[in-house]
Design a protein. Structure first.
Length: 419
């Protein structure tokens, strides 16, 4: 199977543009925010945003993967696409209400949120707006250039406004406010364009339940992986003060920006691998090898740059006073190479071959491992222990997925044999 066809390259380019304005472009605001807000206010903002992103996982519910996979399978069926789009949009609205109730509970229970309720709710609005976007629909159709251009333009404006509206520590709430407004505008415009491709209707209760079942396995994966992959800032804030959280936030944002450069690559390739689920094993293995060379090559290069360039990156992006972030970045910088392997084995092999449960059990085990490491190490070692716990967890995932690949590559799963 040819992977890097012109259509795939166009979609990959479009996804890189979306990624740059969603994750990498805000990195340009890091020097400004680090200096303007200071470590304490920036740490408080980071905790609120990290928790909001955890709630956004409930809203997104794994549809980024399961919806994309299903849309790729029914590309030519307008009625099926309409049913899928209607079910996912309705389910996400219902899940937004549930996430808001969780946010209310957190406001009452967490002292930092009681002290800054406006920051919590504005951050929630920003994260929810991102989760409600229907980019997954166009990703499954492998038709991203137009919607990605709209998303890029709106989010670039939102990022630029940060430099205009933020003048000091008291303006921290304005960061998620302007970014959330841009994300909401993008979500509305993209949904309107999606309805031109597939009819939007009010689904029945049975259809909504079917949609939730469709995304359930991917929700388990996304939620469990985020407990150790993206919630470090929030968890760290439960153990150490805002200033130490600020150091970790700076290092993590740089590391995640490098790691995130793998995301557009896997998203553009995922629809094609989704259609390889029942392909002959020799063809599937050959395609997997191509994906591994692409992803691991990119991941290794990103790891080298982030680890070796940590002192320069911290000095340029965070500025004076953030020197404690250097060793944190050197540890977190190991992630891209490891995660590249995990993406290939999990998303390009196990999921397309219907082995969702194996994948999810691996991720759930990793989440449990990480929770134990955090409770044991972070109170003693602080931010550096948190960084180490994340890396150790990802290595454990890589070893488990490698074992799963070795055990399953020779035989088609029984479920597929019966199909």
């Amino acid at each position: 199977m040819q992977l890097l066809l012109p259509q795939v390259i166009r979609n990959m380019t479009a996804l890189y543009g979306v990624h740059l304005v969603t994750y990498a472009l805000p990195l340009l605001t890091t020097p400004f925010l680090a200096r303007t807000l200071g470590p304490a206010a920036w740490g408080t903002l980071a905790v609120a945003q990290a928790f909001a992103l955890l709630l956004a996982l409930l809203i997104e519910y794994g549809f980024e993967l399961s919806g994309t996979r299903e849309a790729a399978r029914v590309q030519g069926d307008r009625a099926a696409l309409g049913t899928l789009l209607s079910g996912v949009v309705t389910a996400k609205v219902m899940l937004t209400v549930a996430a808001a109730l969780l946010a209310l509970g957190a406001q009452l229970a967490v002292p930092a949120f009681r002290a800054h309720p406006a920051l919590l709710w504005i951050s929630f609005g920003w994260a929810a707006s991102q989760a409600l976007n229907v980019m997954w629909f166009f990703q499954g159709l492998e038709d991203l250039p137009r919607v990605s251009g709209i998303d890029i333009a709106l989010k670039a404006v939102g990022t630029g406004l940060i430099f205009v509206v933020v003048a000091g520590p008291d303006d921290a709430w304005r960061v998620p406010a302007v970014q959330g407004a841009a994300a909401l505008a993008s979500a509305v415009v993209c949904l309107r364009l999606a309805t031109r491709r597939a009819p939007l209707s009010w689904p029945s209760a049975a259809a909504i339940m079917q949609t939730l079942r469709l995304g359930a396995s991917m929700f388990i994966f996304r939620a469990a992986s985020s407990l150790y992959a993206t919630s470090g800032v929030f968890l760290l804030g439960l153990f150490v003060g805002p200033q130490l959280v600020g150091y970790y936030t700076g290092a993590e944002r740089i590391a995640r920006a490098f790691q995130g450069l793998l995301t557009p690559m896997y998203r553009s390739l995922f629809p094609r691998y989704s259609r390889l689920g029942k392909a002959p094993l020799p063809e599937a293995r050959a395609a997997l090898g191509t994906g591994m060379r692409l992803m691991l090559g990119a991941g290794a290069a990103l790891t080298a740059v982030s680890v070796l360039g940590a002192p320069l990156l911290v000095r340029l992006l965070l500025g004076p006073g953030y020197e404690p972030a250097i060793p944190l970045l050197q540890v977190l910088g190991l992630l891209p190479a490891v995660i590249a392997v995990n993406m290939v084995l999990g998303l390009f092999w196990l999921l397309p071959r219907g082995m969702d449960s194996t994948f999810n059990l691996t991720i759930l085990g990793a989440a449990s491992l990480n929770a134990g490491l955090v409770v044991w190490l972070v109170p003693r070692g602080g931010p550096l222990a948190m960084a180490g716990a994340v890396v150790v967890t990802e290595v454990a995932v890589m070893l488990a997925l490698s074992a799963a690949y070795y055990l399953t590559q020779r035989d088609v799963p029984a479920t597929l044999k019966r199909a």
